[in-house]
Design a binder for this molecule. Sequence first.
Ligand code: UDP
Length: 343
Amino acid sequence: MKTKIIVTGGCGYIGSHTVIELIENHFDVVIIDDLSNSTEKTLQRIQKITGVLPTFVNLDLKDENATHTIFETHKDALGVIHFAAHKAVGESVQKPLRYYKNNLYSLLNTLEAQSEHGITNFIFSSSATVYGTPDVLPITEKNETQRPFSPYGNTKKIAEEILDDYSKSNKEFSAISLRYFNPIGAHESGEIGELPNGIPNNLMPYITQTAAGIREKLLVFGNDYPTKDGTPIRDYIHVVDLAKAHVFALNRLLHKEQEKSLEFFNLGTGVGYSVLDVINSFEEVTNSKLNYEITGRREGDVAQLYAATDLAKEKLGWTAKKELNEMIISSWTWEQKYRNETN
Ligand code: UDP
């Protein structure tokens, strides 16, 4: 019998890559997704890659009754990986209530429904944004969390606080919160990748869309930061490495190896690259010139964020393997393949 895992947001960018890793590690996956920022076609693409069509439930987790019904149906699941959330930083500043409502109601309904049906293991999709503007680099899990700049980021911080309270109140419940640094890249098959809704917020899809001629030029937000070339430094991690970390975290929960009922792990490579490093690497690997221009700083951006990766290595047995070049090539392959198919 395969172990059943419920993956909320499993049609999304990180969710879909994680579903592939779960299937390849012989888990039986049930995806819950409302397709608000993803497409059902992802299911066929997952099938093309793995040979398995995951079970799919089209459900908005804000719907409490429907969520309970679905968890009743799948109460033989042993764990939940919760990706479902709105994620556009800029939009969250414009529409904070939409973000708080969506990201927190869906979390609360999921926790209630899973607990009611005896599912005790939970993995949460968190973000390095919970560290705010860190005073100490690289960032370890011991760094204080701070109120993130955006409502989106704050939903991640509040969610971690909810998990903290809940795990203390329910001794059966075990959770791991994975704090992602900057996921980029796509599956090597070119079948799945990041599909931003409208104008991308994030650097990598903006670069690939500019190179593909969909955006006129990339704006580089500031070159007056205290970094080697003045542009901000981030810890970019290949989405497939990130996806694999979820399987390691899940196995830690299923094998009851966790030391506390709620644990936090950074998921990054530990290596920081500046915006100009990424642009230069992109130009090098694609042998092309990218149209870009330096402009003013973007509100809320911090100069440097990169992870200490020791804890994930020690406790999960996981490290990121893929280099920046692979991240860039796979992002670009995905962008071109996707455009060819949709044009
Ligand atoms: N960035 C940029 N132009 C863009 C998008 C992003 O210069 O159109 C920069 C941004 O200022 C930051 C880095 O790229 O320094 C990564 O930004 P992203 O939004 O991808 O991730 P974040 O670290 O903000 O979560």
